[in-house]
Design a protein around this ligand. Sequence first.
Ligand code: UDX
Length: 457
Amino acid sequence: MEKENKNYVAHCLILPFPGQGHMNPMIQFSKRLIHKGVKVTLVTIISLWRTIKNKNLSSNIDVESISDGYDDGGYESAESLEIYMDTFWRVGSKDLSELLHKLSSSKYPPNCVIFDAFMPWALDVAKSFGLVGVAFFTQSCSVNSIYFHTHEKLIELPLTQSEYLLPGLPKLAQGDLPSFLYKYGSYPGYFDIVVNQFSNIGKADWILANTFYELEKEVVDWMVKIWPLRTIGPSIPSIFLDKRLKDDKEYGVSISDPNTEICIKWLNEKPKGSVVYVSFGSMAGLSEEQTQELALGLKDSESYFLWVVRESEQVKLPNGYVESSKKGLIVTWCPQLLVLTHEALGCFVTHCGWNSTLEALSIGVPLIAMPLWTDQVTNAKLIADVWKMGVRAIADEKEIVRSETIKNCIKEIIETEKGNEIKKNALKWKNLAKDSVDEGGRSDKNIEEFVAALAQC
Ligand code: UDX
């Protein structure tokens, strides 16, 4: 067992921001580090630690906890996001310092802290212990470049230009920028988080980005000129990509019950390429009007569909919809990667969260992009116009995607020549994603370079 190995090349503490879309990529990256001989300790907040401590993340990942100041409920129980982040900063810094102090006299003292860029204070703590400090980007380099330009005040807010041309990015209209910019003031707490990622980034020894070079080549080329940045993704389980990691039976940590048996049994009974998978990730909620339009669009498309509607969202469905959906299965959460790889799958109606985007791209699933807010809007632009692996479901002036649009998008992907082109592109990305993490691929080499440097510390 690796836990007994006395020859670790380094010991990294990994600190994801406490959310599904942040835990997943950092846990998968941890497995890649372990594969290269690094000892990994995952550090999470106490409330999440209670949920995951009995789950087998990987036999080789140790788990430690720190407080965010809300041990009985995490972010959900805070008065506001601003207060939560402020408390987490204060309490988390103190607890992380204590943890580092404790571990410094352990058998394998850590020499590196890899922190989610959403928590820049962790860099200051790492530096105060003389450790290597590494920021981890859980969102795309394209989006982070936009946030960096915002931080540097190179983008004026409220927005003044109709179009933006930033280094390495396609021309972006106001509505292609992350929602916090074109709806400036809409979510000040989130805006602060994404912009503050850059408050001390100049002090980071490395920046690791969950993307792969071919996907964001131009913007990555620009970033490596100003930062010690390396692409290490796509950070999804090895079993869905290069299949090189032996200890990869577990997919990560699912905060909710994934209903695996129900979903897979249902998919097994459906024809190849026939199912529309619909999910909006772990955070976003649709309005009641949007939920009803989507429900109608799915029904009218006459396709089979598997739709993830979280418990709290189910009241927005039309009356009797669940019982009367002969072609649909509605679950509160599903094993998304198993669903995406199932041969019954035809396409994915997605909110374009960065993990969902990378997962679909790595598995070669065509997308129907229905972004809601934050980085999703920019991801949707890239999916449809740059990577050409999906179509955009366009909303009307009330910001609602109508049922007719949803039905047409599904038909476009499943039945038309454009749909076939998109499927071909999706397969192209799938191969490039696999190549990048496979032995000798760009992301694999970058991880090796990083580990080799750590071994010298
Ligand atoms: C959030 C933001 O919304 C997103 O825009 C940002 O890029 C990352 O942080 P989230 O909304 O949860 O993330 O979406 P996403 O990034 O797609 O992550 C969701 C994760 O949950 C994926 O890894 C997906 O596989 C998993 N998931 C989702 C499941 O395992 N089961 C489900 O039923 C739904």
